[in-house]
Design a protein around this ligand. Structure first.
Ligand code: GTP
Ligand code: MG
Length: 194
């Protein structure tokens, strides 16, 4: 993928606010602080296009970034952050569910997990939900730069303990936003699914 342009387009909390130009979309999902916004920045070679934070709960709306005026990457609030109030969590849940279940432009979902840990209960639920929606899924084990070289080959095995990855519509990659590991492979997957 040659990136000619990347821009913030719009933020949305409900359907009326989604972009209306009918371009295809690839969305991200994952625990708060796992690195969704950082993945967008590192894929696009931009430092601060998507706002990131060392504190979980940074992204609070669906944020649409338009690439090459051709498709959108959609940043999504993270789940599983204990300090978010019950009411807010329910709002986020409904916002994400409404988007994933109704958006016809949605071509695929990138689900991020942390390479250092086994998938959480929420990760398992999100993955099974994505399978149920029958979307092309790319599971990305990110922050691989934080895993010792000798442990790297265990990361996918750990993932397999909790997620049944043997589906035609499921792909898996390790990733690092810091070292830019597998940027090309992620773009290849995106290109295949647009
Ligand atoms: P929410 O918006 O709260 O859902 O979080 P998020 O998933 O968008 O996470 P974000 O991209 O803001 O990153 C969270 C923290 O993890 C930041 O401090 C990032 O610098 C760091 N981070 C993200 N990706 C990587 C990575 O690949 N390697 C390392 N070492 N740190 C990373
Ligand atoms: Mg974010």
């Amino acid at each position: 993928m040659i990136i000619k342009s990347s821009d913030y387009a719009i933020s949305a909390v409900k359907e009326e606010q989604y972009p209306k130009d009918n371009l295809p979309e690839i969305a991200l999902a994952g625990r708060s602080n796992v690195g969704k916004s950082s993945l967008i920045n590192s894929l696009l070679g931009r430092k601060n296009l998507a706002r990131t934070s060392s504190q979980p709960g940074k992204t609070q709306t669906l944020n649409f970034y338009v690439v090459n005026q051709d498709f959108y990457l959609v940043d999504v609030p993270g789940y599983g952050y204990a300090k978010v109030s019950q009411v807010q969590r329910q709002k986020f849940g409904e916002m994400i569910q409404d988007y994933l279940e109704t958006r016809e432009n949605l071509q695929g979902l990138i689900l991020l997990t942390d390479s250092r840990h086994e998938p959480t209960k929420d990760d398992v639920a999100m993955y099974n939900y994505a399978l149920y929606l029958n979307l092309p899924i790319l599971v990305i084990c990110t922050k691989i730069d934080k895993v010792k070289k000798s442990q790297e080959n265990k990361v996918i095995a750990n993932l397999n303990k909790k997620l049944d990855l043997a589906y035609d519509n499921v792909s898996v990659l390790t990733y690092s936003a810091v070292k830019k590991t597998h940027v090309k492979e992620v773009w290849d997957w995106i290109e295949q699914n647009l």
